[in-house]
Design a binder for this molecule. Sequence first.
Ligand code: SF4
Ligand code: SF4
Length: 113
Amino acid sequence: MLHPCLRCGACCATYRVAFHWLETDTAGGITPAALTEHLDPHRVAMHGTNAYEPRCKSLVGEVGVAAHCGVYAVRPSPCHELQPAWENGQPSPQCDKARIRHGMQPLTPADFL
Ligand code: SF4
Ligand code: SF4
């Protein structure tokens, strides 16, 4: 089974991915600060996501066709927290909303069979 996220990427092109600057590598974290932009005194955002039409610059590929995170191992906490709907038996309104925004149906439990 090809994981549904690898044919999607919608969440990476829907939301502002904001997180505390302490997650960046310049502060001892793992997410490269070079991939972020300043947001406020406490937070940074992944480049490209603090925009009217967000799209993380670390997203590789085409949304809804073939897409993956280019910095998966060092992605920040919001990217860990957004779970694909039904992968672990739980709904994910953020996943659903992102997919609908990009013209896709929300995932169902059948997508993980
Ligand atoms: S919107 Fe859902 S299915 Fe699409 S990449 Fe994000 S978590 Fe995966
Ligand atoms: S860092 Fe990766 S998982 Fe997070 S928004 Fe960007 S492309 Fe998506």
